[in-house]
Design a protein around this ligand. Structure first.
Ligand code: SAM
Length: 291
């Protein structure tokens, strides 16, 4: 591999530029400045990005770069950087490389000793998590869940005991199937949040248990529309397991008089245990007599 620093030329910089995920007001001034100044903008979809660039009066030339770009295209970009051109990489929305193209290019650039500089901005997973109300101290981003049931459930099984908040990108076509898989593998009582259309007119955060959010989507088809991020509270061993004999007896007695949902809510008030945990426990016990 040749050492580009030997040539004496100044290497260009590869800028990784975040763009808005819906609201153009989220375009950061430094991003606009860099996109004006670079020699060329490498874009996931040049036609899609043309609208953004036009909006900000940016006339810099564009070229296509996506994950299917062949090695020759990656090398052509690297060659330009080595010759001293600075290049910006953008994706259709949000931060490049986050479930978007760019990894091969950034990896190749770093291997060549080229400076790679991020211009931070919007990222759907960060925006979603920051407003979700779920724990944000530890989280795990898994990109998109697989399209096929078996593969999807396998991924969820591998994460079922993970204490971190789980984050997935989702599409409107698959959200219902994915939630059914979450229900099958993690149960109906895990707390989840579906963040839709963030920064756009119909931004909505649907929060509740898996069973509740499935019901919300079933009763309002509009909630299935648009772009979405699915977040799942991590596994909580103590709260999900600690139903002692007294709580079990209390729940059993209440279930003789009340539907399970009400019995679990009342038992939660009396014992201080989690309503969801008691409800789940009640469901498991239902085969043994609880209603
Ligand atoms: N690179 C982008 C980022 O930084 O977030 C993500 C690109 S990925 C191909 C597209 C997915 O991101 C969508 O399917 C959706 O899951 C999520 N997403 C993007 N924009 C969104 C928005 N405004 N609201 C909710 N989710 C969004």
């Amino acid at each position: 591999m040749s050492d580009p620093t030997d040539s004496g030329t100044l290497l260009g910089t590869l800028y990784i530029v975040a763009t808005p995920i819906g609201n153009l007001g989220d375009m950061v001034p430094r991003a606009i400045d860099i996109l004006h100044k670079v020699s060329v903008i490498a874009a996931e979809d040049t036609r899609h990005s043309a609208k953004l660039l036009q909006h900000f009066g940016i006339q810099t030339k564009t070229m296509a770069y996506h994950d299917h770009s062949d090695d020759a295209r990656v090398q052509a970009i690297i060659d330009r950087l080595v010759r001293g051109d600075s290049i910006a990489l953008i994706s259709d929305a949000g931060t490049p490389l986050i479930s978007d193209p760019g990894y091969r290019l950034v990896h190749a650039a770093r291997q060549q000793g080229i400076r790679v500089e991020p211009i931070p901005g919007a990222c759907a997973l960060v925006a979603a998590l920051s407003a979700s109300g779920l724990p944000s101290n530890r989280f795990c981003f898994e990109g998109f869940l697989p399209a096929k049931n078996a593969a999807r459930e396998q991924v969820l099984q591998s994460l079922m005991s993970d204490p971190r908040t789980l984050i997935f990108y989702e599409s409107p076509h698959r959200i219902e199937a994915s939630l059914q898989s979450v229900m099958t593998v993690l149960g109906g009582q895990r707390e989840i949040v579906v963040a839709r259309e963030i920064t756009k007119t119909f931004e909505t955060f649907l929060a509740g248990t898996v069973a509740e959010v499935i019901q919300m989507l079933a009763s309002d088809p509009n909630q299935k529309r648009g772009e979405m991020v699915l977040m799942i509270r991590g596994f909580e061993e103590v709260k999900e397991k600690a139903i002692d004999a007294d709580a079990e007896r209390l729940l059993g007695l209440l279930c003789e008089e009340l539907p399970l949902k009400k019995a679990a809510a009342l038992a939660a008030k009396i014992t201080g245990l989690k309503k969801n945990a008691l409800y789940q426990y009640g469901l498991e016990m239902s085969g043994k007599g609880a209603r």
